[in-house]
Design a protein around this ligand. Structure first.
Ligand code: NAD
Ligand code: TDX
Length: 369
């Protein structure tokens, strides 16, 4: 099956991994990336593939319905893969407005553009698919004894971020039910892997371990997340688009529930093992405690808890497994090992992200369209 995709948010963490995944696994497909380049968008993450003739980058906003219609029509695109969002829970607590504008109004703008373009005179539809990427956070919080989230779990979002994602899920569902738009939705657990912006737990902790800075663990560190290596998420999205039934939702998880403090300790220890006995790493990261014979765990600092902090997320991916053949390929050890190695090898990427120099690069390379 050949598809031509509009991929929104394709300069963000999951987006850039999905672009790489899709082009590698679907040789005949074309991708138009639409991204407004918020602080979380980074074209350097697409380095090496930006000149691939199958890929076009468009600097623009999903709230610009006319632009989206033009892109769908001019490029004869038949598939939307929607990832663009404000994605960080802490930022949604500090300022919810942008989350409503992008995640709710923006998703509605895309749905309108899809309908305006793909529905023909008389009501019939051109062949198409709208795939919406959502989160397990829409289901709320689990106690330690609750069964994992599944597709039928009632929605109970707790943060402005998860409430905005829940609203977008409902709009996608409504456009299917009322207008007949062909949709699939995936709700996945916490992703990790290369190119993740260092505001999220894992890259933040890695940067701070390497820089010898405090590791801020919220509350008692006993909150639980179900960690999913980003390529396994990409695999799940591809399966849902190709084999998923329109109108259905699929939960995608990594089968890796861990407390936050376990994660932080595991990262401390993985970096410790790689630095010890490696003079090159000691020279490159002199402020990391491991470089001077101390323990990285000395950096762990318990800080004030996040307001409304959800205790536990966990995904039961049985439906995706049964109906789509979904299986995560990475274990906790293999996925975290690959991630630690990637951040050690790609210091230039994360130092540029931290000091914002890539923004100048965008301005000189791309005009707003
Ligand atoms: P991210 O914050 O790294 O990237 C988001 C991207 O969207 C950025 O490139 C940003 O510039 C772009 N964007 C934001 N507003 C836009 C707008 N109005 N128009 C066009 N582009 C815009 O996010 P991510 O971690 O890659 O997450 C991608 C999607 O997956 C989101 O919808 C998120 O809710 C969902 N998700 C993420 C995780 C996770 O662990 N990261 C887990 C579950 C679901
Ligand atoms: O400095 C920190 N210290 C800390 O203890 C940070 C940034 C986080 N935490 C805790 C909070 C969470 O319990 O670690 C856990 C993970 O935090 P985040 O990385 O902020 O992720 P989370 O809030 O779980 O949400 C993520 O997963 C679901 C993504 O950011 C969402 O986009 C996705 O939908």
């Amino acid at each position: 099956m050949v598809a031509d995709l509009l991929l929104t948010g394709g300069a963000g963490f999951i987006g850039v991994n999905l672009v790489r995944w899709w082009l590698e696994h679907n040789e005949g497909d074309r991708i138009v990336v639409l991204d407004s380049m918020t602080y979380a968008g980074n074209l350097q993450s697409l380095d090496g593939i930006l000149d691939d003739p199958r890929l076009e980058f468009v600097h623009g906003d999903i709230r610009d319905t006319e632009l989206v219609e033009r892109l769908l029509t001019d490029n004869k695109l038949d598939t939307i893969v929607h990832l663009a969002a404000e994605s960080h829970v802490d930022r949604s607590i500090e300022g919810p407005d942008e989350f409503i504008d992008t995640n709710v109004v923006g998703t509605h703008s895309l749905l309108k553009a899809a309908r305006n373009t793909w529905q023909q005179e008389g009501g019939s539809w051109k062949p198409h698919r709208f795939h919406h990427v959502s989160t397990d956070e829409v289901y709320g919080s689990l106690t330690s004894d609750d069964p994992a989230f599944e597709e039928e779990t009632p929605y109970a979002p707790n943060s402005p971020y998860s409430a905005s994602k829940a609203a977008s899920d409902h709009l996608v569902r409504a456009y299917h039910h009322t207008f007949g738009l062909q949709v699939t939705t995936t709700n996945c657990s916490n992703n990790y892997g290369p190119y993740q912006f260092p505001e999220k737990l894992i890259p933040l902790m890695l940067m701070n371990i390497l820089g010898g800075k405090p590791l801020p663990v919220y509350g008692d560190g006993m909150n639980i997340r179900d960690w999913l290596y980003v390529d396994d998420h990409c695999r799940g999205i591809e399966l849902a688009i190709k084999s998923g039934v329109s109108g259905e939702t699929y939960c995608i998880g990594g089968n890796n529930e861990r407390t936050n403090i376990e994660i932080v300790r595991a990262l401390c220890s993985m970096v410790q093992n790689r630095i010890e006995g490696n003079q090159d790493l000691k020279d490159r990261f002199p402020n990391s405690p491991a470089s001077s014979g101390s323990s990285n765990e000395e950096l762990i600092t318990y800080v004030k808890d996040r307001p409304g902090h959800d205790l536990r997320y966990a995904i039961n991916a049985e439906k995706a497994s049964r109906e789509l053949g979904y299986r995560p390929a990475e274990t906790f050890e293999s996925g975290f090992g690959r991630t630690v190695d990637w951040y050690l090898e790609n210091e230039t990427w994360w130092t540029a992200v931290m000091d914002g120099t890539y923004k100048d690069w965008i301005e000189t390379n791309y005009e707003s369209r």
